[in-house]
Ligand binder design. Sequence first.
Ligand code: AMP
Ligand code: FE
Ligand code: FE
Ligand code: ZN
Length: 283
Amino acid sequence: MRIDLHAHSTASDGTLTPAELVAAGAEAGLDVLAVTDHDTTAGWVPAAEARPAGLALVRGAELSCRWYGQEPSIPLHLLAYLFDPTAQALVAELARVRGSRVERAQRIVERLRADGIDVTWDEVRGYAAGGTVGRPHIARALIRAGLVADTDEAFEDRWLGKRYRVSKEDTDVFTAVRLVREAGGVPIFAHPKATKRGEVVPDSLIVELAAAGLFGLEADHEAHSPGEREHVRGLAAGLGLVATGSSDFHGSHKQVKLGAYTTDEGVYEAIVAAAAGVPVLGP
Ligand code: AMP
Ligand code: FE
Ligand code: FE
Ligand code: ZN
């Protein structure tokens, strides 16, 4: 079985609609695909409606979190699978973070404009098209303005990576693990050692999160070096956590293909068995 547990649609910063994404999953030869948009479940219904018969759909999200145990605090991403999308506390927290994303994007645009750069909030909002607003939408405006060649360049230090970096108000990671569990979901730490994207949390935090209900670690991911993948696998094994692999597919604004990294069938079955929010749809 080919199982890819991390992909984005136009409900956040992917470039395929949820319907196009599930079709692309089947075309890529996947048996299982998880739709995991940033801080939203808006893609769940359109993905479910368009699901090809042979593809199992795991409904999920990628939560914007932060570890406040160190100054400055460190942002991180938590994948959440098969949670109840009507669980009130989690729904409210997702909405709050999406609101903070809008404010942050507006502030980044203001700072760009203050430096004479011709991008507008209307343009950026248009790229997000009603989905969760993210920095890749601002990157697209910078590409359109001819200032950078691609999304990767837009995340370099002279642009979104540092000079025009503004924090959003993410969810405390311990709160997020608790809210996901209370909603019957299964929390997995996304790309926990992606050092090329910025500072990462220490292993000691992962030990604490495991005790707090974390279920697994995403090990095989394009943002991890081979050494980082091995390290994450070792950590997971030592803590009794599962280790997953996934593409983190975003469509055409990143190079990675659906199914570029995959999760073992036994790990997938353990995730499904641990979930109590919503079922997997399909075979
Ligand atoms: P945001 O969620 O708005 O903070 O934007 C983060 C998103 O931008 C990630 O989910 C990726 O899709 C993308 N991203 C983050 N860091 C990079 C990077 N260094 N290069 C390219 N894309 C990145
Ligand atoms: Fe993203
Ligand atoms: Fe992520
Ligand atoms: Zn992602």
